[in-house]
Ligand binder design. Sequence first.
Ligand code: ADP
Length: 319
Amino acid sequence: MKIKNLLKELDFMAECRKYGLGFWQCPNSLFLVMGIIIIFTMILTYYVGIHLVDPEVVIAMVSIVTIVLLVIGHSVVNSFSRVVEANRMKSEFVSIVSHQLRTPLSALKWSLDLLRSERLGQINVKQKEYLDIINDSGVKMIRLVNDLLNVNRIEEGRFEMQPKFFVLNDVIQNTIDELKVMAKAQNINLIFENNGKYEVFADQEKIRMVVQNLIDNAIKYSKKEGGEVRISLKSIEKGRMVKVNVKDNGIGISDLVKKQVFGKFFRGDNLIKQKVEGTGLGLFIAKGIIKLSGGDMGFESVENIGSDFWFTLPLPEKK
Ligand code: ADP
């Protein structure tokens, strides 16, 4: 498996194909060509230098090679600029589409709520069933659009935080209360080791999103039977930080993909088999929120044994 990964790393053309760039436009292949030219020139200069006494020839040779390297270097810089520009355009596209989708989706949700409230007239059971299905899909679309907008805000550094003092224990308890029904439906035991009382200065709603994401994931990626999710908090770093752990005994994460877990749109391939819904944006947003709040986020996980996701937040100094 390790050799397979190494070969994958060495297949630089795969990267070029991924970016849709040809051999002479791709930074990876151009770097390789540059490297070969440099090594070749060094060896050639050495031999020419010791066999030819004429320094002008050596100078001319080195000058020609320098010009060639400058041209290649220029192409590398151009290719990088194109990749960066394409990335910027992609983000802009996602942002525009998400913004444009928000208004019609809100109108859809508003109209549906009105119909379902029966203020415009009675609806029968069958009609209600279908309106509920449309409503569920609408809620999912609104969530996705909001996630995409949040990703965009985090990437562009304009994710606004509105910090205030609040008790972290209460936010965790409320989130657990909200998710209890979902956990129970899947036969999963939610345990909160509510020790101590930790008041933090952060954006309460966004921290609630983080806690919800971690517990939601722990439930989603748990074992079907005998699942257990244990949430705990404690102070660390001599009381300067509080650490929250969300530990499950679920499917875990394989070593091969651990590095990608906090990346955008990452979804473990073992989930495809299990048909668990998700977008792969939750942890990217959660880590962004925690970093902006002055904390950090990470996890330990063993495949088929379970995962332990954690985040830290600074504790205000005691006067
Ligand atoms: P989503 O849950 O929508 O796919 P996330 O960003 O929240 O997106 O999680 C990204 C991926 O990380 C998940 O698709 C899953 O593969 C993995 N993951 C997250 N939490 C857990 C967990 N508690 N146990 C196992 N895998 C997890």
